[in-house]
Design a protein around this ligand. Structure first.
Ligand code: DGP
Length: 112
């Protein structure tokens, strides 16, 4: 089980801010911005590089849920960033696809 599957199963705690049948969103345990939320599909796709055409709806939903959470956290006007780390060069550390939602501070570009 990935650490995120354990959060979905309530085997380990997390600050969950959205959940439905397909997706869960919770605050990152090691936040890189004042708002740092992970939006995670309940069905495990290890990483974006392994997503398939049949995942299209789920991937679209992750982004729309991230936008909803950003709106709920009051970041629609100030702005925010979505990040997906896929593979070693991106620093992926949990092999369960997730979208990082970062905001509530000015974010540098390009990322490191
Ligand atoms: P990535 O490096 O893109 O695979 O991001 C994994 C993120 O997961 C990282 O920002 C830290 C977060 N994380 C790891 N373990 C836990 C945990 O047990 N709880 C929560 N809430 N976040 C976690």
């Amino acid at each position: 089980m990935t650490i995120f599957e354990k959060i979905i199963a309530r085997e380990i705690p997390a600050k969950i801010i959205f959940e439905d049948d397909d997706v869960i969103a919770f605050h990152d345990v090691d936040p890189k911005a004042p708002a740092h939320v992970l939006v995670v599909p309940k069905r495990v796709i290890p990483r974006l590089a392994e997503a398939e055409d049949s995942d299209q709806l789920l991937l679209g939903k992750l982004i729309l849920v991230a936008a909803k959470v950003a709106r709920d956290l009051g970041m629609s006007e100030s702005g925010y960033r979505l990040v997906i780390n896929s593979g070693p060069d991106a620093g992926e550390s949990v092999p369960h696809l997730h979208v990082h939602l970062l905001g509530k501070r000015s974010l540098g570009w390009p990322p490191g």
